[in-house]
Design a protein around this ligand. Structure first.
Ligand code: ZN
Length: 244
């Protein structure tokens, strides 16, 4: 079966719609959303409406909308955008975010927003060996898909325990789940930070065990215009043009 796995939409409706168009052209499959549906961009209600029937899990921005004492976690720009988001969200949308699970398990893989050792704490999996090691140990399935950093990457642990980082994400990658474990960051639909301004998601095929990173263009100008009209911090819309 084909899975289209996306994360960190952050209220960016233009990016989400473009992603869904690309997915539709690629045929049928299951869409899984790894959290942070809201925060930063200006269409939180519309984005929730579009993804509410997919398999979604909770991100830290989704969590903070409901648990406002957590707003202290965020930097000034993110907090400003979240307060704006809270002021615009319809009640039923807040309820939807509140009820999202932290983790979902599928036959051959698990999804979580941050890390699997403490899903409700939203820790980051970056390059730290210690954090990678405990995550690989805690994984019950051989494949873990995450979001949160907005940075697409793949970490592999082979059967000798050696952990490596895959840099070429441009071609399809076959997963050797008989001997290796994988932590796959699917990047961000709505606010990429790897220097590529195009949105990003992953197509995962659990029959031939392969993944493919899919990049897509969207109308950044339109997204930014809405942010300007709503007095969002300048840094938050300028970054969309450079993907940082
Ligand atoms: Zn995020």
């Amino acid at each position: 079966m084909k899975y289209f796995i996306m994360s960190d939409i952050h209220g960016n409706l233009e990016a989400l719609e473009s992603a869904l168009e690309v997915i539709e052209r690629r045929g049928s499959g299951k869409i899984v959303v790894l959290g942070d549906i809201v925060g930063y961009m200006c269409n939180p209600n519309e984005c929730i409406e579009k993804v509410k029937n997919f398999d979604c899990i909770k991100g830290n921005h989704d969590y903070a909308v409901v648990n406002r004492e957590m707003l202290g976690w965020f930097n000034e720009n993110a907090k400003k955008a979240l307060l704006w988001t809270i002021s615009k969200l319809e009640y039923e949308k807040i309820e939807f975010l509140d009820l999202l699970p932290y983790v979902r398990n599928y036959e051959g893989f698990t999804v979580v927003h941050g890390d699997i050792t403490a899903p409700e704490k939203f820790n980051y999996i970056k390059g730290d060996r210690g954090i990678l090691r405990i995550n690989f140990e805690k994984m019950e399935k051989n494949v873990l898909l995450v979001g949160h950093t907005h940075y697409p990457c793949v970490f592999v642990r082979n059967n000798t325990g050696k952990i490596s980082h895959v840099y070429d994400l441009n071609s399809r990658m076959n997963l050797d789940v008989e001997t290796c474990k994988y932590i796959i960051n699917v990047g961000s639909v709505g606010q990429p930070r790897d220097g590529d301004k195009r949105g990003c998601f992953v197509m995962f095929d659990d029959e031939n065990m392969s993944i493919e990173y899919v990049r897509f263009e969207y109308d950044i100008f339109k997204t930014a215009q809405k942010m300007i009209e709503n007095h969002m911090p300048e840094m938050l819309y300028k970054r969309l043009y450079i993907g940082r």
